[in-house]
Write a protein that binds this ligand. Sequence first.
Ligand code: MEZ
Length: 550
Amino acid sequence: MSGYTKKFRDLIKKVEATRAKRVETAKKGEHFPALTLEQRSEWLNKYHPDYKDEGRRAVRVGPNKGTVLPEEVADLLESRSRLNLDKVDLSKADYETDVLVIGAGGAGTAAALTAQEKGLKVIVSTKLRHGDSNTVMAEGGIQGADQEGDSPYYHYLDVMGGGHFSNQAPLVAALTNDAPLIMHWLEDLGMMFDKLPDGRMKVRHGGGTSRKRMHSSGDMTGAEIMRVLRDETRNRTDDIKVLEFSPAVELLLDDKGNAAGAILYNLETKEYYVVRAKSVIIATGGFGRLHIQGFPTTNHYGATADGVVMAYRAGVKIQDMDSTQYHPTGAIFPEQNVGLLITEKVRGLGAQLLNAEGEQFCFPLEPRDVESSCIIRECTDEARGVTTPTGRLGVWLDSPMIDILHGEGTVRKELPAKYIQFKRYDIDISREPMLVYPTLHYQNGGVAIDDMAETTVPGLFCAGEAAGGVHGRNRLMGNSLLDVLVFGRRSGLGASEHASKSSGGGKLTIEHVKKFNDGLEKEGITDVPEGPVILPDYTPDHVSARRWGD
Ligand code: MEZ
C-alpha cells in the first residue's frame, strides 16, 4: 500500500527505470556537471524569485528609506506601533535586569548562557515557549572546520563564495574562526553528535562546501542543539529568568540614546509590561511567516521578523533584506506536508533530483539559490515537472538511492524524522522518492551589526537570523546553526561588557517610536496595519467575510 496515487506510481516507474544506471555512475564518483559561474548567474537572473522586479517596492520611511524590498517587508517596516503611546507608563519598571534577551531560540539562549557566565542577571522574553524557533527545526547539520585537512580558512572561502562575495568579511571571519570552539562547547554541553565507530565526528558535504564539515545529529541537529542549551538554562534559574508567551513589541531607550529595555506583551492576559535593562539583545529570528512572494515556508509559527521592526524604529539600518533563501527541497506532496523542509542531508547522502521523465537535470549540491533556480527552470521553461492533484509543480528527490548506496536501513538511521513524517501518509521514503519544490527557508539579511553583534545603538545587540551581513545574499547549509551560536555567544559577551560599564539608571523613553510615527504621518502613510505582527494570520477570506463584528 502506498500513499501515492496511481498516476504518481506510474510516474515513479520512470524514476526506477533510470535508477540502476545512476547508482552505478554515482558509485564511480561521477556526477551531473555543476554549472559554470556564467551559467549560475544566468539561471539566477532568469529564475530566482529574488531577481524579479514584481512584488518589490521602495520603503518610504526610516533609516533605509528608498531601499527596494519585498512588498511584505516594506509593508511591515511601515507598520504602526501596537501601543497607544499616550497610555504607556514608563515611570516604573515591572522587571529590572542587567541583560534583556528578546527571543529564546538558539541565539537568544546561547546569549543568555554567555552573559550569565560573566556574572550577570539575565531576562529572556519569548513569544511562545522556550525553544520554539527555527533552531529546533534545522535538520541536516552544523558546519565547523575541526577535521584534518580542513581549516577556518577554507570554511571562510566557502561562505564568501556561497554568498556571491556580498557578505561582510569581518562577520564571516568571526563565524568561521569560532566554529571549532562551538563544536567543543556543544560536546561539553552533552550534545549527541553522529560519530564514527572510532569516536571521530561523522562529517559530510553540504551544498557549496569544499570540505566535509557538516556535523549532524540524525536529521534533528537543531532540536538536539536546543535540547542541550535549554537544559543548561534550566540549571541556572537563579540568574536566568525566562518569560514565555511574552513577545517584545517595542524597544526602550534612555535619554542618552542607549538601549535600556523593552515593552513586553503578555499573550494570555493582553497586558503590557516594562523591562529595564543595561543591555538588550535581539534574537527574534527571521521572516519566513511573511510568505514572501506567496511561497510556503519551513519556518516556525512565530517567524515574523519582530526584532527587525523594533530595531528599525530605533534607527538601526538593515541590510540585504531584499534577499530571501528558498530551500531547494520543500515537500509538495502530500498536501499536509507542503513547505516542510526536506533536509539537504538527503542530497548529501546521494539522493538525486529528477524531472518527470526520471532524468537528472542539475548537480544536486549547488549553492541553494542556484539549486532552487535549476528546479524552477525545470518546472517552468523546460515544462518537465510533476503536477500534484492540487496543481503544485515539483520534481522527484530520489531518496531510495540512499539505502542502495550506503546499505539497507541508512534512511531510517540517518533521516529518522523524515522517514516518520512520510510514513504517516503511507510513503516509505527508503523505497519511494519524494516530490519537492523550493520553499521559503531563511531571511538572508537583517539588522546591521559589527563582529561583536552590536548595532549602531549603544547597548543594543542582535544575533542569529534577525541580523544581516554574515551570509550575504545566500547562506550555505549548516551555517545558520553555527551563526546562532557564534553570534549568540558574541552578543552575550558584548552585552555583558556594556552592562558592566553602565549604571543603567537613565530615564526610560519611547520617543523614537513617536518620531517614527511622525515620519509615517509626514509621508502620508496612515492606513497601515499594526506591527510587529507577532503571529501570522491564516484566516481565509470567506471566514473574514463573516466576521461581521470586526
Ligand atoms: O542550515 C540549514 O538551513 C539546514 C541545516 C537545513 C537542512 O537542509 O537541513
